[in-house]
Every structure is written in C-alpha cells, then in structure tokens.
Design a protein around this ligand. Structure first.
Ligand code: NCD
Ligand code: ZN
Length: 338
C-alpha cells in the first residue's frame, strides 16, 4: 500500500469530506499543520489527530502522522517532548507568506536555528516549503532562490538534520537533492509530474491548476519525471493534496492548491507506464518514503488494474452546499485501483 507524505486535511466539514479520499488508498500520511489558526504545539496536534481519527472509515486501516508549524516563537522543549512522546512526527517550515495560511511562518531562518539544532539532535524530521517570498523574486524562480539562499545554509550548518524538501518543481531542486547530503530527500506531487505551466493558461485561465509552488516549464517537469521514475531512494510521493471550495478557486483572487487525492494512484500509474517505468512505481509511492523515515513498509497491498477504456473522472466531491473540484490531468488514464 502506498503512503502519502504530504496531505492537507483541513478541519470540520472539509476534513470529513476529504479524509476517506486518502484513507481508501493510502496506509499512512503526513498531515500538514497550516490550519487557521495553525497547529503550533503537541497538545493541538494530539487534538487534531483525534478529530481525524473519528472520520476514518472503519473499513480503512489508516494512520495520520502529525506535524507542528514552526514559528520564530516555537518552544524547543515542547517540540522535543512532542516528538519523543511520538505525538508529533515532524515539524514544518513555511517561509512567512509563501502559501495558503502561512502568515505566521518564519521570516528569518537564523532565528529558528536553535530549534533546528534540537531537531537534529533528537532525529526529528524537518519538512520544508522551499520558496522565498520576497516580492522582487519572480514567482517561477522562488524555489531555486530558496535553495541557494536558505536550504544550502541549513544543510551545511546541520548536516545531520533529516530534511524533506517538499513538492519540488525544478530541475535545480532535483540536482541539489540528488547531490546533497544523505539526510536530504524530496517529495514530488502527481500534478507536477503530470502538467507543465501551460496548463494554467489553456484557452483561458485555469484556476484548478493553480498551486504553490507554481507549475514550471516542460524541462522541469521532465527532470521531475526522470528522478521519480528512476527508483532513486531520495525521491518519493507527497501529493500535496490541498482542498479548497470550488468557489474559492474560481474567484478573482483564487486560492492555491490542487485536490488530487481521489485519482492519485491511477494518474501516477499512467505516468509511470507512459515512461516505461511501471516497475519503479512501488519504490516511489510505497518504499522510498518509509525507508527514509525509518518505518517498516506496509503489509497490505492495493491492486491496480489496467482497463480497456479510460476512467471517467468524477468532477467534484460535495461538501454541504459547496464542492471541492477533483484534479483531472486531462490525459487518458487507464489504471484503476480495485
Ligand atoms: C497548500 C494549501 O492550500 O494549504 N497550497 C498549495 O498550493 N500547495 C499549501 C502548500 O502546501 O503550499
Ligand atoms: Zn502542501
């Protein structure tokens, strides 16, 4: 069974609607802490985990792994205790203003170095949204600039820290991670493997293909495909499935985030097959991540069946009077999870 090392479950009615979409196919997931207000300490993480567990269908075996949102005020002692008691699995670094609900993120990385040192000592993983947020930096360059200005600094100061550079989108990121120290790995999303930046503008503006980090040029997509399908241990799946109401996406200031949980494994199987790498799908979705985090692999399995006709994707899932639009890469997908 695959694991998803990066999900957004939100809270309340959205939580109820989206958890089963993940737990149906995935055995474990790392749950992001960017709620409004964010999950800032162990106590809040435990409470959030309880809310998630109530929603998991009885027929699904699924385990959520919780995270804490780092701020310049994060308490080292609380973080260490939450990690040692296994209530919390990892801490998430959002540069302030980088993405949805990241206002309380970190402005100056140097201010959290003592917290990162503690994490390195106890073996707690650091998950990074790797984009700078300076207005003067072009949105398509923000990942590369983050690597040069911040990630390289953290990796050199704390080579023992377990770091996941999340949802990478550029050739530069694939190269940096590949050549970087052994504790540095990266996750890749299905949408960054499926689409390049043209998909945001096909015949008009396409809010459902808008996410952060933003989709990049085709050469970057090719670089992601290359590392994901290679079986390389440093790269594994983190879907970044990020539900927003359809009305908040189709809006004059639309939210960033793509809800891809529903057909994720089907889309990935199609992409891996199209790149003659179906044999490496299991490494990417089910083995490399658990191996990096020192967890055993899942004992149960899923079955993927190749149909004669493409799957007809459902367009939306209902949430009260609202809906969440389901990611569709707009190429034929023949693989079904049965
Ligand atoms: C995510 C969200 O909506 O919470 N949005 C996104 O575009 N990926 C936040 C994030 O992971 O950047
Ligand atoms: Zn995310």
């Amino acid at each position: 069974k695959p694991d998803d090392w990066h999900v957004h479950f939100r809270d309340r009615e959205i939580l109820k609607a989206v958890v089963p979409e993940t737990s149906r196919t995935f055995a474990r997931a790392i749950v992001m802490p960017n709620l409004k207000p964010p999950i800032l300490n162990g106590k809040q993480a435990i409470q959030y985990k309880e809310r998630i567990k109530k929603i998991i269908p009885k027929t699904d075996y699924f385990e959520p792994f919780m995270t804490i949102y780092l701020t310049e005020k994060t308490n080292k002692k609380d973080l260490k205790e939450a990690y040692n008691s296994r209530d919390v699995f990892a801490a998430k670094l959002y540069p302030a203003g980088a993405t949805t609900n990241s206002d309380s993120g970190v402005k100056d990385i140097k201010k959290i170095m003592p917290v990162l040192e503690t994490m390195a000592k106890v073996g707690m993983p650091l998950l990074i949204h790797g984009e700078v947020t300076h207005k003067e930096v072009d949105i398509f360059d923000r990942e590369k600039v983050f690597i040069d200005q911040n990630l390289d600094f953290i990796c050199k100061e704390l080579p023992e820290l377990k770091i996941t550079l999340e949802h990478i989108t550029t050739e530069e990121a694939t190269m940096y991670v590949n050549q970087g120290n052994r504790n540095l790995v990266a996750t890749i999303t299905p949408h960054h493997l499926a689409l390049n930046r043209n998909a945001i503008f096909v015949g008009g503006i396409r809010p459902h293909n808008y996410c952060l980090p933003i989709l990049k040029r085709e050469k970057h997509r090719r670089a992601l495909i290359k590392v994901a399908t290679s079986g390389n241990k440093k790269f594994f799946l983190g879907t970044d499935t990020a539900p927003h109401f359809t009305s908040d996406k189709e809006n004059c200031c639309g939210c960033a985030g793509i809800f891809n949980a529903t057909y994720c494994m089907s889309i990935l199987a199609q992409i891996f097959e199209d790149n003659n790498s179906i044999k490496n799908l299991e490494k990417f979705t089910s083995l490399n991540g658990s191996n990096h985090y020192g967890l055993s692999k899942n004992k149960t399995k899923i079955k993927l069946l190749k149909r004669n006709n493409p799957i007809i994707f459902k367009k939306q899932i209902k949430v009260g009077n609202n809906s969440i639009s389901v990611f569709n890469p707009d190429f034929p997908v023949y693989w079904e999870v049965i």
